[in-house]
Design a protein. Structure first.
Length: 358
C-alpha cells in the first residue's frame, strides 16, 4: 500500500507535469489576451473565463483547466516533487527552500483570488467616506429605525440568498421569505417602477459582470415584493409604528479608515485634452489620528491589508471635482514578497557552498 502511494506521489510530482503546467499558463495568457480583444467578451469576460475559473468549456464542449485549476495542480506537483525527489534534505536544502518559496508564491495568488475584494471609492471635493462600493457584488440592505433618530442597517449578501430562505427584519412579525433570486434580470417594458414577479425574468449574463442587474422576489405575509438592482426601496410597516426599507444595492465594504478628498489635481499633455497624470490630496483618519497623504497614479496609499489606488476621475464643469479610487483588500498581499525572499535564500544556500568547494 505504501509502495502504491509512493508511486502515485512520484507520478504527481513528475517534471513533465511541471512543464505542462508552465506551458498551459502561457497558452491561457495568450488565449485570454486574444479573447478579450473581441468586443462581445471584453476584459472582464476574459478574466472570468480564463483567469478566475477552475475549469471552462472550450467550444462549449471540451472541459479545460483555467488558471485556478492549473495553479492547484501546480501546487500539488511542487509538494509531491519536494517529498519524492529531494529524499536527502541535507544535500538539497537549498532546493527545498526554493520550492517552499514557489509554494508560498502560488498559495498567495490563490488566497488573493479567493478572499481578496476589489471595490471603488468615489469622492467629490470636501466629501468624506468610510465605506467603498463593489462594482459586481450586491446586497439587500434592511434599514430600520434606531436609537436617537438614527437608522440601523443590516446587509444580506445576494450570493448567499437561496429560494426558501428568509431575512430577519426587526419589528416585522415572522420573517421575510426569499421566493426567487435572479442574478441577471430583465424587466418587462410595461412593468413601470414596481413590477410584479411575473414581469421579471432571467437574462443572459453580460460579458462585463458590472452590467448585470439582479432582482430578488420576497414574500412578507400575503404580499410579494420585487427588489431590483439600484431600484426603488420596498417598504414594510413595523409593529408599533415606523417603517422598514429594503433595497437591493451594490455591496458596501467598511474601510478601516475614513477618507476625505481635500484637493484633486490633473495635468494634461501639451496642446491636448489628454490627462498626463492626476492625483488626490486626501485626509486619512484612522481612529482619531488624521493625516494628509497624496495618492497618485503610481503612488498608492496602503493601510494594513487595504490599498487605495488613484483609478480615474470625473469631469464636472458645473460642480466639484470628483476623484475615483480603486480599493483592494488583500490579506495575502505580502506573501509574494516573502516568497521572493525565500527563493533568493534557497538559491544562495544551494549555490554558495558549491562556489567555495570549486
Amino acid at each position: 500500500m505504501a509502495t502504491k502511494g509512493r508511486r502515485a506521489l512520484r507520478l504527481l510530482g513528475a517534471p513533465h507535469i511541471t512543464v505542462a503546467c508552465l506551458l498551459w499558463f502561457g497558452v491561457l495568457t495568450v488565449w485570454g489576451t486574444l479573447y478579450q480583444a473581441d468586443p462581445l467578451h471584453g476584459l472582464h469576460g476574459a478574466v472570468q473565463r480564463f483567469f478566475h475559473s477552475w475549469f471552462f468549456l472550450a467550444g462549449g464542449v471540451v472541459p479545460l483547466p483555467g488558471v485556478q485549476g492549473t495553479s492547484a495542480l501546480f501546487l500539488a506537483n511542487l509538494f509531491a516533487s519536494m517529498l519524492t525527489r529531494f529524499e536527502r534534505p541535507s544535500r538539497a536544502i537549498g532546493l527545498w527552500i526554493v520550492h517552499v518559496g514557489l509554494v508560498v508564491l502560488f498559495l498567495g495568488g490563490l488566497l488573493s483570488r479567493q478572499y481578496g475584494r476589489e471595490t471603488t471609492l468615489v469622492l467629490a471635493d470636501g466629501e468624506k467616506a468610510s465605506m467603498s462600493v463593489s462594482e459586481t457584488g450586491w446586497e439587500i440592505a434592511v434599514l430600520t429605525p434606531g436609537a436617537e433618530g438614527r437608522r440601523e442597517v443590516r446587509a444580506y449578501d445576494v450570493r448567499n440568498l437561496r429560494a426558501g430562505g428568509s431575512l430577519a427584519v426587526p419589528g416585522v412579525p415572522g420573517s421575510v421569505g426569499v421566493v426567487r433570486v435572479i442574478y441577471a434580470a430583465v424587466v418587462s417594458p410595461a412593468a413601470g417602477l414596481t413590477p410584479s414577479p411575473e414581469q421579471v425574468t432571467d437574462a443572459p449574463a453580460a460579458s462585463d459582470p458590472r452590467m448585470d442587474r439582479p432582482a430578488v422576489v420576497l414574500r412578507a405575509g400575503d404580499e410579494r415584493l420585487v427588489l431590483l438592482g439600484e431600484g426603488p426601496a420596498a417598504v414594510l410597516h413595523l409593529e408599533g409604528g415606523g417603517e422598514a426599507h429594503l433595497l437591493l444595492r451594490r455591496a458596501r465594504l467598511p474601510l478601516p479608515v475614513s477618507v476625505k478628498l481635500i484637493d484633486f489635481e490633473k495635468k494634461f499633455h501639451p496642446n491636448s485634452g489628454i490627462a498626463r497624470s492626476f492625483s488626490s490630496r486626501v485626509e486619512v483618519d484612522s481612529g482619531g489620528r488624521a493625516r494628509e497623504v497624496t495618492i497618485s497614479m503610481n503612488r498608492p496609499y496602503r493601510h494594513g491589508a487595504f490599498t487605495f489606488f488613484q483609478s480615474s476621475y470625473m469631469d464636472n464643469p458645473r460642480g466639484p471635482e470628483v476623484s475615483i479610487f480603486a480599493v483592494s483588500e488583500n490579506h495575502a498581499r505580502l506573501l509574494p514578497y516573502a516568497a521572493t525572499l525565500i527563493m533568493f535564500a534557497g538559491m544562495a544556500v544551494h549555490y554558495l557552498p558549491r562556489r567555495r568547494r570549486t
